[in-house]
Ligand binder design. Sequence first.
Ligand code: FEO
Length: 403
Amino acid sequence: MYCVRNVTEDLYWVGANDRRLSLFENIHPIPRGVSYNAYLLMDEKTVLFDTVDWSACRQFLENVEHVLDGRKLDYLLINHMEPDHGASIEEVLLRYPECQIISNEKAFLLMRQFGFQIDGRTIEVKEGDTFSFGKHEVTFVAAPMVHWPEAMVTFDTTNGVLFSADAFGSFGALDGKLFADEVNFDRDWIDDARRYFTNIVGKYGPHVQALLKKASTIDIKIICPLHGPVWRKDLGYFLEKYDKWSRYEPEEKGVLIAYASMYGNTEAAAGALAAKLVEKGMTNVVMYDVSNTHVSYLISETFRLSHIVLASVTYNLGIYPVMHSYLMDMKALNVQKRTVGIIENGSWACKSGTLMREFLDEQMKEMTVLDDQLTLASALNENGIADLDSLADSLIESIRNEA
Ligand code: FEO
């Protein structure tokens, strides 16, 4: 059965939701599912903007067939070729034999790499080209590395609709509510939107900045992303979030305490630090056990907050493996501009603090590591209280001093 919604008078959402997939890209948990958005424009020509993941293909095809209502499909316009959007291209071509694909050179290269039979059906476009479908005229804007090299966005100059590919997307299936103004986005969606951006596109901040710069020159009325809600009101709210995230600037002053604890003693010290920070007036403090928090959540919180405390036991004379993995992910995703406090623990040959400091100083960009540090020999005791206090004071002072 079809499930579609109007975006504008002649533009339809014909995507599909996936609530069965547990791991997006087979790595990121999506307990609220995900939507694969595709859009169908019913102009003098009919134009399908992107397709969906193979798992959602049947629903998508029923939606397309319903909206076409007997008309043929003239064009399939592909903004992004990653298989969560491009997997159903060949199926569309098989069902609509007169349909031609509009996309760019790199996207066509990828389609061929994935084994799609597209020869004789391609219309190649590049940035700045325009294309008319009747009443609607679109122009193409390259968006390389947002999030793959072939990515582009398409702007409908007739009504101000931006088909933004992965940009402005979010994890989370759509419960009938297509538009961001139909949900309480800031309460129910922002965490998933941030986790989506930071883990999927976070590495490519400068490329997102380049796209935002181009976007600022056009009069965008509606943003149609490939995942999550469509934006038709209060676009500035989300544009500002994207600007912050892609500049690696924190959204809030606050402290993320990420701890790696084997028997609870490092966790106890982390908890004592959290209590001290709150006592001293910093109440925006969150604690996460790196062993049972998926790293995608840690990364999202790292982008949100200004200060991080890494508390880790020493393991095989190194950093606890799960903490190390979090650090590696931070580096891979280009995290920068954060102030970090360190708690280390080791019953003998305590090394984790020195190694975490070296990692932050030598392998990451613009990370400030506080001199004050808490070193534990097995557990926090009275001897460590002064250092705990100093670390808390350093964090508070740093938070106060940051603009
Ligand atoms: Fe949603 Fe880069 O694909």
